[in-house]
Design a protein around this ligand. Structure first.
Ligand SMILES: Cc1cc2nc3c(=O)[nH]c(=O)nc-3n(C[C@H](O)[C@H](O)[C@H](O)COP(=O)(O)O)c2cc1C
Length: 192
């Protein structure tokens, strides 16, 4: 198999770009289809595809944020306007966000953890796909990935849950890399 130097260089330098630094232009519909196609080409024990994707694009971003703000407001009517506005902007300014839903397919061949890992692979592969097409990306969860009411509003069905939101756009800033763990801290050679 031939080496792919550009892929190696990408993997050695890849880093997320925070969602606040993701702006237009975002992917075209054809590019988004390509990102979704690449993103779902992941290891999947049993070939159950234990995941589904929900795309938040265009006006749907603000509409989703409005629904999240409404949930928070119903729980805390005293919530100030700045906090509500933060909720309204949960899917802004990134041009597109892909929500990744873990959709379990109970089967002894692939225990739950393997299916969740496969969904996590979709999250990271979507991010790689975005970078491959010249965009930047960031994987977040935030409160609404853990809140049953918010998850349902955003598209999760009973028994499902979001494992990530992949925000995609054109970076407006060069992001400093963060410290990476030293191999000496995380790798050992068996035995000992
Ligand atoms: C499952 C998961 C959930 C995350 N959720 C958030 C989040 O809600 N908010 C946030 O600021 N970062 C979150 N992060 C971290 C961002 O993805 C972060 O920008 C990234 O880990 C930076 O590392 P990188 O540059 O190697 O991609 C999450 C990461 C993972 C793996």
């Amino acid at each position: 198999m031939p080496a792919i130097p550009a892929l190696r260089d990408y993997l050695k330098t890849r880093r997320s770009v925070g969602m606040g630094f993701l702006a237009e232009p975002g992917p075209t519909p054809a590019e988004l289809d390509e990102i979704l196609t690449i993103g779902t080409r992941v290891p999947d024990h049993g070939k159950f595809a234990p995941w589904r994707l929900v795309v938040f694009a265009g006006d749907a971003r603000a509409a989703a944020g409005e629904r999240l703000a409404a949930i928070q407001h119903s729980r805390n009517p005293a919530l100030d306007e700045a906090s509500l506005n933060n909720e309204r902007r949960q899917f802004l300014p990134a041009p597109v966000t892909i929500g990744v839903i873990y959709s379990p397919k109970p089967n002894p061949k692939a225990p739950e953890i393997e299916q969740i890992l496969s969904a996590g692979n979709v999250c990271f592969n979507l991010s790689h796909a975005a970078f491959a097409l010249g965009f930047a990306a960031n994987w977040t969860t935030r409160w609404y990935a853990f809140d049953p009411e918010a998850q349902a509003v955003l598209g999760a069905r009973p028994g499902e849950r979001f494992v990530g939101f992949i925000h995609i756009g054109t970076p407006t800033a060069v992001i400093e890399d963060r410290p990476r763990p030293a191999l000496s801290e995380i790798v050992s050679y068996w035995p000992g």
